[in-house]
Design a protein around this ligand. Structure first.
Ligand code: SAM
Ligand code: SF4
Length: 457
């Protein structure tokens, strides 16, 4: 989602005359699009601050059109927690909610900045939507109104992104989350869940299909709880069907799915729609029932297991990835052992294994973070080794199959791409096949990918 937001930020800034630079010391404006899901991401932003300070002290290049004397401005956006907002205020010129993006053009254009317009001169409506005030509504009463809040969401998602790839496009279908898992900041930093009107999504996908994009990623924190605001019966499965009917030669992918919203209707839709690919990211978070309860995940391991059985039975050659947190407060060795057993049983193809990071404002923040850093690292490594084995086992089952591969890049003499079920494949080719979907016979399996032989160019 942050990457998709960066694409919209780039579009807004380019429209008012900015050009991207790979050399930070040339920049007039430095935008940091932050994530607060884990402390490590926030620490990376802190790590940038000395550099900003130095640039501000010495940069002679900023604003050459206006005499070259102005210092570069810095802007912080993305997911920011209230606690960090206060700390960051003194280091950034601007801190703006991503939901105010439609208004940035009014005051961020280089001419305005060169006039040394200060934060306090900004239009009122922008000042009113400074971070998190909109969530709490404590400073800015008009934003307590859910209608205004929702409108900001819609306006910001209507901005046409500057897609960073020519092949694969990110399309958010909803923002925010209503689930309040006890460890997670998303409902606090991104707000409650709000779905985009289906009409807007369909128009965007039609446009992407006409431009020749080969892969569309539908995004949402809880993508499968989608419900069109204009027609409540239009759920995620129905949206997938409508997108599948759009003419074009593209694949449909989506992330992240919540197990509680993975209906039979959705499973059948994935199985029936030829453009919808056979890859599902289904975050489990823990393989222990007591920890799941403490996380406020509304399912038990058995229910998750039954769901996986149904998915595997109905969707052929499906691959599953998951998200899991190790070292949640109070997680005993035995409870971690249950996650290990669960991994061995489900045999995931891929997993995003995170070490628990205490997040202010969340319910779990009140619990003692009593699993040591070293122990969390040990658990992460152990689980990675289990995953390595199951992924390799699954990959071996692909040997001998001929699969379509969407070629993304060339590296060290190999074409590299992804199958429908999101396996990475590398193979040799005399021709550059980037952007094409040749058929490749799988000849070798590795834990994190496959090797193949080109069948059809
Ligand atoms: N909505 C998805 C779901 O239902 O799980 C995930 C979205 S969340 C932004 C991405 C991942 O970050 C989560 O699946 C979780 O594993 C990880 N995560 C979230 N909060 C975390 C925390 N406090 N510490 C470590 N990992 C965390
Ligand atoms: Fe966070 Fe995902 Fe839980 Fe929502 S469902 S609170 S985004 S982990």
């Amino acid at each position: 989602m942050n990457k998709s937001d960066s694409e919209r930020i780039a579009a807004v800034l380019e429209n008012i005359g900015y050009k991207k630079t790979s050399n930070i010391s040339e920049a007039n404006l430095i935008v940091v699009n932050m994530c607060s899901v884990r402390q490590s991401a926030i620490d990376r932003v802190y790590g940038l601050l000395p550099k900003f300070k130095k640039l501000k002290a010495q940069n002679p290049n900023a604003y050459p059109d206006f005499g070259g004397k102005e210092k570069p401005k810095s802007l912080l956006t993305g997911c920011v927690l209230r606690k960090d907002l206060r700390k960051f205020e003194k280091h950034f010129d601007y801190i703006l909610s991503i939901k105010t993006l439609p208004y940035w053009k009014d005051f961020l254009n280089p001419a305005e900045l060169a006039k040394k317009q200060k934060f306090f001169n900004f239009p009122n409506r922008v000042r009113k939507s400074r971070f998190l005030s909109e969530l709490k509504g404590s400073y800015y009463p008009d934003l307590r109104n859910p209608q205004i809040y929702k409108k900001l969401d819609k306006d910001y998602l209507k901005i046409k992104p500057k897609y960073f790839s020519d092949l694969s496009a990110l399309v958010p279908i909803s923002t925010g989350c209503n689930n309040f898992c006890t460890y997670c900041v998303v409902p606090y930093t991104r707000g409650l869940e709000s779905s985009r009107p289906a009409k807007d999504i369909l128009e965007q996908v039609e446009d992407l299909a006409n431009q020749g994009f080969k892969e569309i990623w539908l995004l949402g924190q809880n993508v499968n709880s989608y419900q069109s605001p204009t027609d409540h019966s239009l759920n995620f499965a129905k949206l997938l069907k409508l997108i599948n009917d759009i003419p074009g030669n593209f694949w449909i992918r989506f992330t992240s799915s919540h197990p509680k919203d993975f209906s039979d209707e959705l499973i059948n839709t994935i199985a029936e729609c030829e453009k919808v690919t056979e890859y599902i990211n289904l975050p489990v978070q823990s393989g222990d029932d007591k920890i799941l309860k403490k996380m406020q995940r509304p399912y038990a391991r058995e229910q998750y297991e039954n769901l996986v059985k149904k998915i595997k039975k109905n969707i052929s050659n499906v691959c599953l990835s998951t998200d899991v947190i190790v070292g949640f407060p109070g997680e005993t060795k035995k409870q971690f052992g249950n996650t290990v057993k669960f991994f061995k049983k489900i045999k995931f193809d891929m997993a995003y294994i995170a070490k628990y990071s205490p997040r202010p404002q969340t319910a779990a923040f009140k619990l003692k973070d009593n699993v040591s850093k070293q122990e969390k690292e040990k658990r992460r490594e152990f689980l990675t080794q289990v995953l390595r084995k199951t992924a390799l086992e699954n990959n071996k089952r692909q040997i001998g199959k001929t699969l379509e591969v969407l070629v993304e890049k060339e590296k060290n003499g190999f074409m590299i791409g992804k199958t429908r079920n999101y396996k990475t494949v590398k193979f040799k080719s005399n021709k550059n096949l980037i952007g094409q979907r040749p058929k490749v016979e799988i000849i070798e399996a590795l834990p994190w990918g496959l090797k193949g032989k080109l069948k059809t160019p």
